[in-house]
Write a protein that binds this ligand. Structure first.
Ligand SMILES: Nc1ncnc2c1ncn2[C@@H]1O[C@H](COP(=O)(O)OP(=O)(O)OP(=O)(O)O)[C@@H](O)[C@H]1O
Ligand SMILES: [Mg+2]
Length: 482
C-alpha cells in the first residue's frame, strides 16, 4: 500500500480551497482533490479512494444528497472533518454528530490547526485500518488452530472433513462435492435441512473455500425479529427513518462488502423483506431505510431454512422469483438418521473434542453403547448427538469407557434390531468358503427383508439384476413360503 493519503475537499469557496492547498500541501505526502459541490464529491469519493473528506458546510443539504452522509454510509472508513461559520454553528454541530465526524472546525480557518487536524484524522484512519486487519487475522488464525487440530485427528479417525464438517457417508460426500463447486462461484446458495444437521457449518465451509475467505462472513438470523429491525440490520437506515432510529446505521450489506452474508431461517421473512432481498440479488443494490439512494454492495448470499421453501412457494407464502434467485445452488443436508454410518465417527470426534475440553481421559465408547447410539433416530440430528456425547463424557469415569449406563434413557431404550452383518459367523475353512458363506447369508437376509423384490435387492446391494439372479442360482436360494 502506498503512503499517499487522499484528501477530498468539498467547498465552493475559493478562499477555503486556497487555504487548504497551502496548509496541506507542504510537508506531508497528501494528494488533494477539490470538488465544488456534493454531487461531484459523491462521485469522486470512491474513484479517488478518499481517506479524508474535508466538508465545507455552507447551508442545509438534504441528507440523501449530502456528500458527508454518503461518506458516513457508503465509505465509512474515510474520516470526515466539517467546516462551518458562526451563522451555521448549531446546524454544523448537529451535522457532525449525525455524520459521525472526526472533528469540526469553525471558520475562519487557521492553517496550522487544519494541518494538525488533518494529520490526526489520517492517523486515526490508519489505526482503524490496522485494527480491522489484525482482528481479521486473529480470527483467521483462531479458526486455523481449530482446523489444524481436527485435520490431524481426521488422519487417525478415518473420516473425511470439509472444514469442520465430519463425515464418512456417501450422502455427505456427494453434498460436500457439490458444496465445493458452489464455493468456487459467486452464486447464491440455498441450504435446506432439518434442525441441527449442520447447515451453518456447511455455510462456513463454503465461505472459507471461496475467494472471499479473507473477508468476513456475517450471520443474520431472520426468525423472531421485527421486520423493520431486520431490514435496518441488513440494509442500514438513516436517522429518523422509523421511531427509535436515533442515528444512522451502516447495515450488514455494506459492512460485509466483499464477504458473505449467511441468512438463517430465510423462510421467516416478510413479503417486504423478500422484495428488498430480491432487488439486491438482481441488481446488487441496497437501499437504506429512509433513504432514496441506491448503494452497491458486493456480497455473496448463503441462505438456510429448515422448512421446505418449495412448499412455501406452492402455498404462496414465499416469493417464487426470490426462491429461483436464491437457489443458484440448492443443497440439502440429510438428517442424521438417513446416514447412520456417520454416527460412530461423529461420536468419536465429539468424544475427543469434549474430553479435550474438560481435560478428561476417555478411552472410547463400548460397542454395546455404540449400537444404541446408532439405532436412535435423533430428531435433533447432529446437535443432539453432540450434546449427548458432551454429557456422556462428563459422567464417564476418568480413564474408562463410555458404556450403556452412561447413555440418556431415551437412547438406551431404543429398540435394537438383532440382525445385521455383525451377527453372521462365516462358515468354512478357507477364506474363499468363508467369504461365500457371508455372501450367501447377506443375500438371504436382503431377499427376506424385501419379500423377494429382486430389483430392490439388486439396487440396494449394488448388483445388476442378472448378477443377482446368477448368485441366487449359484447358492440355490429359494423363497420360503409359510
Ligand atoms: N458433520 C458435522 N461434523 C461436526 N459437527 C457437526 C456436523 N454437523 C453438525 N455439527 C455440529 O452440530 C451443531 C449444529 O450444527 P449447525 O448449527 O450447523 O446446524 P443447523 O443445521 O444450522 O441447525 P439449525 O437448523 O437448528 O439452525 C453444531 O455444534 C455443529 O458444530
Ligand atoms: Mg443454524
Amino acid at each position: 500500500m502506498s503512503n499517499v493519503q487522499t484528501i477530498l475537499i468539498k467547498s465552493s469557496d475559493p478562499d477555503i480551497a486556497k487555504l487548504a492547498s497551502v496548509a496541506l500541501n507542504d510537508a506531508e505526502d497528501y494528494r488533494l482533490v477539490f470538488c465544488e459541490d456534493d454531487r461531484t464529491a459523491i462521485r469522486r469519493m470512491d474513484e479517488v479512494q478518499a481517506n479524508l473528506l474535508l466538508y465545507d458546510h455552507l447551508g442545509p443539504v438534504p441528507d440523501h444528497q449530502s456528500a458527508l452522509m454518503h461518506c458516513r454510509l457508503a465509505r465509512s472508513t474515510c474520516a470526515r472533518i466539517i467546516l462551518f461559520d458562526l451563522a451555521h454553528e448549531a446546524e454544523g454541530i448537529a451535522l457532525s454528530e449525525r455524520a459521525a465526524a472526526f472533528l469540526f472546525l469553525k471558520k475562519p480557518l487557521d492553517q496550522a490547526q487544519l494541518r494538525v487536524a488533518a494529520k490526526r484524522a489520517l492517523e486515526q484512519v490508519e489505526l482503524s485500518r490496522r485494527h480491522r486487519m489484525l482482528s481479521r487475522e486473529l480470527k483467521l488464525s483462531l479458526d486455523d488452530d481449530i482446523f489444524m487440530r481436527t485435520a490431524d485427528s481426521s488422519v487417525q479417525g478415518g473420516y473425511s472433513q470439509f472444514e469442520r464438517l465430519v463425515y464418512v457417508s456417501s450422502k455427505m460426500a456427494d453434498l460436500v462435492n457439490e458444496a465445493r463447486i458452489a464455493a468456487k462461484t459467486n452464486m447464491p446458495v440455498l441450504i435446506q435441512g432439518d434442525t441441527g444437521t449442520g447447515k451453518e457449518l456447511l455455510a462456513r465451509a463454503i465461505h472459507f473455500n471461496s475467494t472471499r475467505r479473507n473477508s468476513p462472513m456475517h450471520v443474520q438470523n431472520c426468525g423472531g425479529i421485527a421486520d423493520v429491525v431486520l431490514q435496518s440490520e441488513l440494509f442500514g437506515h438513516l436517522r429518523g427513518a422509523f421511531p427509535g432510529a436515533i442515528s444512522d446505521r451502516l447495515g450488514l450489506f455494506r459492512a460485509a462488502d466483499g464477504g458473505t452474508i449467511f441468512l438463517d431461517e430465510v423462510s421467516e421473512t416478510s413479503p417486504q423483506f423478500q422484495v428488498a432481498l430480491l432487488r439486491f440479488l438482481q441488481e446488487g443494490e441496497v437501499k437504506p431505510l429512509g433513504s432514496d439512494q441506491m448503494l452497491h454492495s458486493d456480497v455473496r448470499i448463503i441462505a438456510a431454512s429448515n422448512k421446505s421453501i418449495e412448499k412455501m412457494v406452492e402455498q404462496g407464502s414465499f416469493r417464487r422469483d426470490l426462491f429461483y434467485r436464491l437457489r443458484g445452488f440448492q443443497l440439502h443436508v440429510p438428517a442424521l438418521a438417513e446416514r447412520p454410518e456417520d454416527i460412530p465417527f461423529l461420536t468419536s470426534f465429539f468424544v475427543e473434542k469434549y474430553a479435550g475440553v474438560v481435560g478428561r481421559r476417555v478411552l472410547g465408547v463400548t460397542s454395546e453403547a455404540l449400537r444404541y447410539l446408532e439405532a436412535y433416530r435423533y430428531p435433533g440430528n447432529v446437535r443432539e448427538l453432540e450434546t449427548e456425547v458432551q454429557r456422556m463424557v462428563a459422567v464417564a469415569e476418568q480413564g474408562g469407557y463410555i458404556a450403556l449406563r452412561h447413555l440418556s434413557d431415551r437412547i438406551s431404550r431404543t429398540p435394537i434390531k438383532e440382525e445385521g452383518a455383525g451377527g453372521f459367523v462365516p462358515m468354512g475353512d478357507t477364506l474363499k468358503d468363508m467369504v461365500e458363506s457371508l455372501e450367501k447369508a447377506i443375500l438371504v437376509q436382503a431377499l427376506d427383508r424385501s419379500h423377494w423384490n429382486q430389483s430392490k435387492v439388486a439396487q440396494d446391494l449394488g448388483l445388476s439384476r442378472v448378477g443377482l439372479a446368477n448368485k441366487i442360482k449359484r447358492y440355490e436360494l429359494r423363497r420360503e413360503r409359510r
